[in-house]
Design a protein around this ligand. Structure first.
Ligand code: EPU
Length: 337
């Protein structure tokens, strides 16, 4: 365990915001985590578990204690004729794991290549991209209760996974720290190329092999999304809004070009990026807070924006989308005061 005081948060959030954390604890073993939650070690509250910091907007210094799970290890747990069970420690970078799986010939998460953040955040957020969600491959999650320091394993069906959500973000928020995630991946590759331009992009690379699909996903992503190493951002700032069929029908009548996804039976999903662009925000700036020029769903820090500048911009965007379309945008990024 490594304890740091009054530390800069800049390397720990992809918006690149330079706030400070009162205390930061790097955790390498479950024993260390247990010591904290059994209160053998007293920590200034509140406690905040931070993964890769790729989906979080700090709006000021964090006065409490930040916990950084750094559990490593990527393992093959079990191999059968057609599938394999693999696991990864919460502190592993997600894309390092995704790449390893592709190199090993294990398929199921290749469409999730390139997503920033650590493995520990993957089930919490049920990350998704290009027609795939993490929940489709996760089989169980090892956690430690923040209440009593005991290990608890959650099976997939206990996690209440939904679009960018799980019980770890809703009813059980803050109650468990993820230490390890287990995935069931396939040995026979059956590509999922249903998303928009993925088939075409993979086609350009030749046969749809596992490696080519990963490269195609990375190519699309690099074209549309800003690299946080170059320009601070937290990926999609808003979720794609889910609306009733009636609302969707009204919007289709008023705006015939509106993208509407009907993968849900009673509800329809709209494209938040399209709504934001139609309100004229794409590429706009308010000082150093801005809307990405290639993807209006992504808010960026052009250099010296504060968390509050970005939050204020997001609120203006939400207001204009509500006024023009009558649709409420929910944040995907977690805001921390
Ligand atoms: N669109 C616009 N203008 C924009 C952005 C998008 O008109 O500025 C339109 C596109 O033309 C398309 C539709 O909106 O018709 C959807 O756009 P896109 O395929 O780029 O995906 P998205 O819905 O904006 C979601 C995820 C992304 C993920 C992509 C690809 C959410 C909140 N975002 O974005 O995830 O990479 O699909 O699957 O669901 C993230 O979660 O941080 C993230 C980047």
């Amino acid at each position: 365990m490594r304890i740091c005081r009054n530390t800069s948060l800049k390397p720990f959030n992809t918006f690149g915001l330079d706030y400070r954390a009162g205390t930061m604890i790097h955790l390498r073993t479950e024993k260390e985590v247990k010591a904290i939650f059994k209160e053998e070690l007293s920590c200034k509250k509140p406690l905040l578990v931070l993964g890769g910091g790729s989906n979080i907007l700090f709006t000021g210094d964090f006065k409490g204690t930040i916990l950084l799970p750094e559990f490593g290890g990527m393992r093959i747990e079990e191999q059968k004729d057609e599938h394999v069970i693999v696991s990864a420690g919460a502190g592993i970078k997600w894309d390092r794991f995704a790449e390893w799986c592709v190199d090993m010939g294990f398929s199921g998460i290749e469409n999730l290549s390139g997503i920033p953040g650590n493995v520990g955040a993957v089930p919490v957020q049920n990350i998704g991209a290009y027609g795939t969600e993490a929940k489709d491959s996760i089989i169980k999650i090892r956690t430690i209760s923040t209440y009593n320091g005991r290990v608890r394993i959650f099976n997939n069906d206990e996690c209440n996974f939904g679009y960018r959500t799980s019980i770890f973000k809703s009813t059980e928020k803050g109650k468990y720290l993820v230490t390890r995630v287990y995935f069931r991946l396939e040995l026979n590759f059956n590509p999922n190329l249903n998303y928009g331009s993925l088939k075409e992009e993979a086609g350009k690379l030749g046969r749809s092999t596992l490696k080519n699909v990963r490269s195609a996903v990375l190519n699309i992503m690099h074209r549309k999304l800003p690299d946080p190493e170059v320009i601070g951002n937290g990926g999609s700032f808003f979720k794609n809004p889910v609306v009733s069929n009636t609302t969707a029908e009204k919007l289709i009548k008023a705006y015939p070009g509106i993208p509407v996804y009907d993968d849900l039976s009673v509800w329809k999903k709209l494209a938040a990026g399209w709504l934001v662009e139609q309100c004229g925000w794409k590429g706009k700036r308010a000082g150093d807070a801005g809307v990405h020029e290639k993807q209006a769903l992504v808010l960026v820090n052009h250099g010296n924006a504060s968390g509050k500048d970005i939050l204020n911009l997001s609120e203006k965007i939400r207001k204009s989308v509500r006024e023009k379309f009558g649709v409420n945008l929910e944040n995907e990024v977690e805001i921390v005061d």
